[in-house]
Design a protein around this ligand. Sequence first.
Ligand SMILES: Nc1ncnc2c1ncn2[C@@H]1O[C@H](COP(=O)(O)OP(=O)(O)OP(=O)(O)O)[C@@H](O)[C@H]1O
Ligand SMILES: [Mg+2]
Length: 258
Amino acid sequence: MTHVTAQTGAEDSLAPVLPSSPAQEERAARFIEVRGLEKTFAGDGAPVQALRGLDLVVPEGSFLGVMGQSGSGKSTFLAVLGGLSHPSAGEVRVDGIDLYGLPGERLADFRREYLGFVFQSFNLVPYLTALENVLLPLAVKRMPAAEKRARAIEVLGRVGLADRSRHLPGKLSGGEQERVAIARALVNDPPLLLADEPTGALDSETTTEVMELFAELHREGNTIVMVTHNLEIRRYFDRTVVLKDGRLEGGPPAGEAG
Ligand SMILES: Nc1ncnc2c1ncn2[C@@H]1O[C@H](COP(=O)(O)OP(=O)(O)OP(=O)(O)O)[C@@H](O)[C@H]1O
Ligand SMILES: [Mg+2]
């Protein structure tokens, strides 16, 4: 951490350094709060109950792993957590904000301000370069274009792709595409990072590379929720929960697993 001192001559503009209040600590301890969460998909046939009553509290700065078999509701859970899909019942709060109590356009604001989402398939736009893909979330920001570009280049450097910024996704390896997707999720500096199987399409070496990047983000204090099938990467999480048929089974902390 760098501390600004009075020697900078900027004392006029310095905000008073307040000790963290109990209210702030309480908010950090319940950064994500999920209560009675249910999601039912009404299709042509019988409705599918993807989530059947989840309760979960995740403190700020956690690296939470969500595991479970295919079809157990992991992606559905992550989408609801990120304000991308309305639950059928229950409540999701992030940093004290009741997501689904917000009017639609405010929910969009929430996603823009709070969320970095790495999708199960990279979801890169194929005809845009790596740099242009990373710039996408900044499109709606009121910020000088040169500053946006500098920020996008900075995060591409962060994921080790400074020299690939002009490449189209099709000219990048799977691991590189994944890292572009991570850079895109990071470009807004979001308080919450959600990742759905970010290593699903990667070999074990590239998986380690990508997980080391997430581990670094975790060490820096980011709150991360990651869905995965991969037992090997469980050791990176500081807590793992398991979904089974739309319910949480819980699980031992990663340290006890191996
Ligand atoms: N849009 C949808 N409409 C109808 N049913 C859906 C929809 N999305 C998901 N489902 C169903 O909800 C259940 C949970 O799906 P979900 O995608 O959350 O599983 P998952 O745990 O992420 O699986 P995977 O590991 O294969 O990605 C599945 O039975 C799925 O078929
Ligand atoms: Mg899924």
